[in-house]
Design a protein around this ligand. Structure first.
Ligand SMILES: Nc1ncnc2c1ncn2[C@@H]1O[C@H](COP(=O)(O)OP(=O)(O)OP(=O)(O)O)[C@@H](O)[C@H]1O
Ligand SMILES: [Mg+2]
Length: 273
């Protein structure tokens, strides 16, 4: 299977309900591949003809631009400082066919921002999301509400987990906390760095069982991405993985993930509070 770029298609139905077209990429534990997944998912969606915005919301260690070797002359830091608005912070990533709002490492925790400013940012992002078929948000690691606070109700969250026990416990904790805060939160699982499909399914089974037993909620499996040594290699070279290795196992897995996402019905979303 190949990831050949496709022609621009009509607006995806997900965009009919702004906010419902947002995909958060979360994990609890750091280093499980959130940023790589957020970039590559945005790229794969763009290759399917969707108009995509990738938003780097990792205020602690923003690194979408680092993984892609981008030298953006504007970033979220300027928005947080009130110098530019959210749409002025957009950097088009021509090679991937999608837009990026580059994050700003160390620009302060969202929690330090004050409720009013945070609320303004959420509302700006929500407005901006209406101009896209899909907005992919790379969230930072951790569980604190600040990490989750940019998320308008209605979007889906892909919780990325690997088979490492610490990843599984942190993914479980992330789902638990999110569900406690919002019982309707739409949490889904993506297993990354799986040895093969069967091992990925086993990892999913273990995590889903814990959620079912203790939370009375079974997050659906959205996809399994196999471990692929070409991913760290592409990141080291600061190149987009799908441009470099469009016919790899991981590219094929991303294509399945995209097709599963595109089969989901659009969910209505409320504007952020
Ligand atoms: N499927 C995969 N196969 C092999 N390596 C992978 C895979 N997915 C991600 N990686 C590697 O895992 C490392 C961590 O990836 P990444 O920085 O995207 O994780 P993260 O969850 O965003 O980390 P952080 O929490 O620090 O932001 C990278 O070196 C990347 O190359
Ligand atoms: Mg990251």
């Amino acid at each position: 299977m190949t990831m050949a770029p496709k022609k621009r298609i009509a607006m995806h139905p997900a965009s009919a309900t702004a906010g419902g077209n947002i995909i958060n990429i979360a994990s609890g534990k750091g280093g499980v591949g959130k940023t790589w997944m957020a970039i590559s998912l945005s790229h794969a969606l763009a290759r399917q003809g969707e108009k995509v915005l990738l938003f780097d919301a990792d205020f602690g260690l923003a690194n979408v631009d680092v993984q892609l070797g981008l030298n953006a002359d504007r970033d979220l830091g300027g928005v947080v400082a009130g110098k530019i608005n959210m749409s002025q912070a957009i950097t088009p990533f021509g090679e991937g066919g999608f837009d990026i709002i580059v994050g700003k490492s160390g620009s302060g925790q969202l929690a330090d921002m004050g409720r009013a400013r945070l609320s303004e940012l959420k509302s700006e992002l929500w407005q901006l999301a209406q101009r896209y078929d899909r907005v992919v948000i790379d969230l930072g690691a951790g569980l604190e509400s600040a990490v989750r606070s940019l998320t308008p109700k209605g979007g889906m969250t892909l919780v990325v987990a690997t088979d490492e026990p610490t990843s599984l416990t942190d993914a479980y904790a992330y789902i638990k906390v999110s569900k406690q805060e919002n019982s309707k939160a739409d949490m889904r699982l993506v297993i990354n760095m799986a040895g093969d499909q069967r091992m990925g399914e086993r990892t999913y089974g273990a995590l889903a069982k814990a959620c079912r037993t203790f939370l009375d909620y079974t997050p659906p499996l959205m996809g399994i991405v196999r471990r692929d040594d070409r991913i760290p290699d592409a990141i080291r070279r600061q190149t987009a993985f799908l441009s470099r290795h469009p016919q790899s196992n991981a590219a094929e897995d991303l294509e399945s993930l995209v097709s599963t996402i595109q089969k989901q019905p659009a969910r209505p979303a409320k504007p952020p509070a």
